[in-house]
Design a protein. Structure first.
Length: 242
């Protein structure tokens, strides 16, 4: 089964209703054709409106996080079922900002991935080492452990997407080198069951200037883009590089 490239935008905690014009501009660009999948993960407040704006253009919408339960007494949280109900197709789980800011462990991430799949969403499971991990040569140990702990047993290649995001490359303008990305993506593919069919995205300061080189790497099946996904011009340029 060919791995369709996935270009995903993660808006993080950015975007008010006036940001919805993004979807008309994206829909009118060349990025929407060409055998690639486009996904935007806006803040939860915009998911339903983004689904409405993107619906007829083949642009998919995702959440940035979900709870492990489908409903319950969890003030402020959003379930996978709610995202699905709002029209989302994907949800990011285990982003390093969630792991750091909210103490999310691999066990929690795995439960969220299971909840997402159970609700009909495709989870994008994020992994990545810190700078200290890399400088001490432990990046494969750390990522290997995150993969083993965060991917539910029984998941097949079509059930999820992996995003490799070295923590030190996120929002820093510092990208991993092509050699380091290639090595880590090959490692990840070797670690997961039926890895040949699993889509593995790279994330961390992806921008129009570096997208082509990164997306051309054999084991890179797309990108998870933060800052550069907020402007339609840069998101389109990145997508057109895939
Ligand atoms: P960045 O964020 O592109 O701004 O580095 C990527 C991410 O956190 O998903």
């Amino acid at each position: 089964m060919p791995r369709t490239p996935l270009i995903a935008g993660n808006w993080k905690m950015h975007g008010l209703t006036d940001a919805l014009g993004f979807f008309d501009a994206l829909a009118g660009s060349g990025a929407v054709s060409g055998g690639r999948e486009l996904l935007v993960c806006p803040p939860a407040t915009l998911v339903a409106a983004a689904v409405h704006a993107a619906r007829n253009h083949g642009i998919r919408i995702g959440g940035q996080d979900c709870h492990t339960e489908s409903s319950g007494a969890h003030t402020g949280d959003i379930s996978a079922a709610m995202l699905r109900d709002a029209g989302a197709d994907y949800v990011i789980v285990g982003h390093s900002e969630r792991r750091a800011d909210h103490g999310e462990t691999d066990d929690i991430v795995r439960a969220k991935a299971e909840a997402a799949r159970g609700a009909g969403l495709t989870p994008i499971i994020c992994v990545g080492e810190t700078l200290a991990d890399r400088e001490s040569g432990r990046e494969e140990d750390v990522v290997g452990r995150q993969l083993a702990g965060s991917i539910p047993s029984g998941f097949g290649p079509a059930d999820y997407v992996i995003a490799y995001e070295p923590v030190w490359a996120i929002g820093t303008g510092r990208t991993a080198s092509a050699d380091d990305i290639a090595a880590m993506h090959a490692f990840i593919r070797s670690q997961v069951p039926d890895g040949e069919g699993v889509r593995i995205l790279y994330g961390g300061s992806v921008k129009p200037e570096n997208a082509r080189e990164i997306l051309a790497l054999d084991d890179v099946d797309g990108a998870l883009v933060g800052g550069a996904s907020l402007k339609v011009e840069s998101f389109v340029a990145i997508a057109e590089s895939a």
